[in-house]
Design a protein around this ligand. Structure first.
Ligand SMILES: [Zn+2]
Length: 247
């Protein structure tokens, strides 16, 4: 069996599981409950704090088949939720603006918008939207001017100042924060426990210090430390050594 990195294995599947972004998850839950779903959202914030994860949960919330309308608590059991969790939903298109695939991206985007969704909504998630190629961008702008009612765009960016005003003005902007160290420490302790490792408090502190608010970075460090600790114990010295931190 291939090893699944912790950040993927422990990726939050519900709004409740997202840590440190309550101001955003609460807002999205309320919008869903009140039936006020926007056409376009711009998720801003540093890397590894939950932007794409939250976008996928939102996509599940919009299309979950266990309910007859969008729900703040997607079931993670119906075919739609499972397909989205596995990254193979025909209703969800993810484009990485940083990858250089101009023509394909623009074509995929157009196709995706033209055809009606299988479920309730087509969700188009564009990561690092400020880096999108011109072709894809032009397609996007045309659509944003007259958005079809069953399409929701979720743009994510680490550099909101580079997103064109023409895009920004059509989006509801939600700013993700660096996750507080205490929350990350608690989170990685819980995961280390569940994986059968004992992570010392001091080691957890070193990881959170280095992670600087990024859950993904913290988990990737924990990955490294777990690989280095066959006895199942992760001490402060191991962490300092492996993370290259001087005592
Ligand atoms: Zn579901």
């Amino acid at each position: 069996m291939s090893y699944l990195v912790l950040a993927r294995k422990w990726r939050p599947k519900t709004f409740d599981e997202v840590i440190g972004q309550d101001h955003i998850t609460n807002m999205l839950r309320r919008a869903i409950e009140q039936g006020r779903i926007g056409h376009a959202y711009l998720f801003t914030g540093p890397r590894g704090v939950g932007k794409t994860t939250t976008a996928r949960i939102f996509a599940k919330a919009l299309n979950c088949e266990s309910y007859d309308k969008p729900t703040p608590t997607p079931c993670n059991k119906c075919p739609s939720c499972i397909e989205i969790n596995e990254g193979r939903s025909p209703d969800v298109l993810e484009i990485d603006g940083a990858s250089n695939r101009s023509v394909e991206d623009a074509r995929e985007l157009r196709n995706h918008i033209v055809y009606a969704p299988n479920g309730r909504y087509k969700v188009i998630i564009i990561d690092e939207v400020h880096m999108l190629t011109t072709e894809a961008f032009n397609t996007l702008l045309k659509t944003l001017e007259e958005p079809p009612s069953n399409v929701v765009f979720i743009f994510a960016t680490t550099e909101p100042h580079k997103v064109l005003p023409t895009i920004k003005s059509r989006c509801q902007q939600l700013d993700f924060k660096r996750v507080p160290a205490a929350l990350i420490a608690e989170h990685i302790k819980k995961i280390a426990d569940a994986e059968g490792y004992s992570l010392s408090k001091e080691a957890a502190e070193l990881i959170t210090m280095r992670a600087d608010g990024s859950v993904r970075d913290a988990l990737s460090m924990l990955d490294q430390l777990m690989a280095f600790a066959p006895e199942g114990k992760i001490t402060q010295d191991d962490a300092a050594y492996l993370l290259g931190i001087m005592p």
